[in-house]
Design a protein around this ligand. Structure first.
Ligand code: EPZ
Length: 419
């Protein structure tokens, strides 16, 4: 909704237990993958996010029957008959490029516009286009509209990625599952969401081996059927709510959450001085002691520290004793939340890929604007640990990745209202 904002009164330690929403970055590629199936897929534990609704609208526009209701998306793609996605629909969704592989795999043709940039900086897709060319598609990419055509259908091939791109890995997987022959992806992204996508595809009758590792082998099949799939929990949402508790010196239990999903960032909370316990499939994090700076954190492809957790962890480190340094190696401009944190009293200096944080004793509520998905969440984390009232506008960014963030924070004892 335009013009909404979060009003947060900070200063109260949060505590409680939550079940984390389904993973946005697993649900979006899986929704695109469902297009490849002849039949119905039922996606459970799907987060109710604007990007998910946008994906459902795109699937319906392509002739599928797709509906989302209370954390379940049911999509029947047997009636899919279009391969063009209109500009206005592509604009609604950042990661719409993920439909390219599925459309090419299903119809041998696709036409979609590609905005090419977002709040994190340029979002090139050269690896996506090079890969589908190698699989037999011709690509015409002009005036922001990408038209791909594979007259004789796609064929398997060996693709070595120059960088373990998550989106490129996913697009190749979707293009390869119905291609003729075998496709091997070298230097594939290893994010857990890739494993979830591979599991969904295999349940639909695909043959995907090695997802989660650097080499993925896909054997093309004739056709895929639907399936029932539980979307994995959102590890970045987990990192966000853990950060909210750490910033307020509180404690949290994340219920039935596989701790291996958090291995890339949990150690940083321990370095800060949080107590972290993994027990019976849950995670406990307590921040009763004063926190301290953690030295250098470099964002890396999985299993390194995730770029998506950089902003929310930075918001905690603003009030940790001593200094911390981030090196953001994945995206060009992913420090757009820093100005708002400085406005709230943080001591942060950025230079190119580096951000140096000197812990301050107190931060203060302020009127700030969300700049991007995780940056907006970082402002909420900082606001919870700040003295006084913070108003965060441009909530559409936050709503793209967090299912009713105000309800989750309220359940942890925060005083937050959406107005
Ligand atoms: C996915 O984006 C996620 N989005 C991002 O999450 C996440 O930050 C990112 O992976 C890294 O983990 C979804 O899964 C929907 P990349 P993606 O391709 O696929 C460059 C969030 O907050 N690159 O791994 O776009 C690219 O410019 C979002 O939930 C090329 O140069 O990430 C970037 O610098 C934000 N050429 C780097 O690689 C290409 O062809 C990583 O991009 C493709 C990418």
């Amino acid at each position: 909704m335009p013009g909404q904002k979060l009003v947060i009164e900070g200063g109260k330690p949060l505590s409680g237990e939550i079940k984390v929403q389904g993973a946005k970055n697993s649900s979006l590629p899986i929704l695109a993958a469902s297009l490849l199936c002849c039949g119905e897929s039922v996606l459970k534990n799907c987060p109710m996010l604007s990007d998910v609704y946008a994906s459902c609208r795109i699937l319906n526009r392509l002739g599928c029957k797709c509906r989302a209701e209370n954390n379940m998306v049911i999509v029947d793609s047997s009636s899919a008959d279009k391969a063009e996605i209109p500009d206005e629909m592509m604009r609604e969704m950042r990661s719409s490029i993920i439909f390219m592989g599925a459309l090419l795999g299903k119809f041998g043709y696709c036409s979609l516009s590609y905005p090419g940039g977002c709040e994190l900086g340029p979002r090139p897709i050269d690896m996506h286009l090079d890969a589908v060319r190698k699989m037999g598609a011709s690509v015409n990419d002009e005036f922001g509209v990408i038209r791909c055509r594979a007259e004789k259908g796609l064929h398997g091939t060996k693709i070595s990625l120059k960088y373990p791109s998550v989106g490129a890995t996913e697009n190749i997987m979707l293009a390869a599952v119905l291609a003729k022959g075998e496709t091997i992806i070298y230097n594939a992204a290893r994010e857990p969401e890739i494993i979830d996508l591979g599991m969904y595809l295999n349940k639909c009758g695909a043959v995907v081996k090695g997802a989660g590792g650097s080499t993925i082998v896909i054997e093309g099949r004739e056709r895929l059927h639907g399936c029932i799939h539980n979307i994995m929990p959102d590890r970045i949402a987990a990192a966000t709510y853990i950060s909210a508790v750490a910033a307020t010196r509180g404690e949290i239990n994340i219920l039935n959450f596989d701790a291996t999903l958090a291995e890339s960032f949990l150690p940083v909370f321990e370095q800060m001085g949080c107590d972290v316990y993994v027990y019976d499939g849950n995670i406990y994090v307590g921040a009763r002691k004063p926190l301290k700076g953690v030295g250098k954190i470099i964002t890396m492809p999985h299993p390194g520290f995730p770029t998506d957790a950089q902003a929310v962890v930075m918001a905690v480190l603003c009030r940790a004793k001593g200094s911390s340094i981030f090196e953001e190696t994945i995206f060009e401009s992913r420090y757009r939340h820093v100005n708002a944190l400085v406005k709230m009293g943080a001591d942060i200096k950025t230079a190119g890929k580096a951000a140096v944080i000197e812990g301050v004793r107190k931060m203060y509520g302020a009127k700030v604007e969300a700049t991007d998905l995780r940056g907006g969440a970082a402002m909420a984390v900082a606001a919870l640990g700040a003295e006084g009232i913070t108003e965060i506008s441009e909530l559409r960014y936050i709503d793209r990745g967090y299912e009713s963030i105000e309800n989750v924070l309220t359940s942890l004892g925060a005083s937050v209202k959406r107005v």
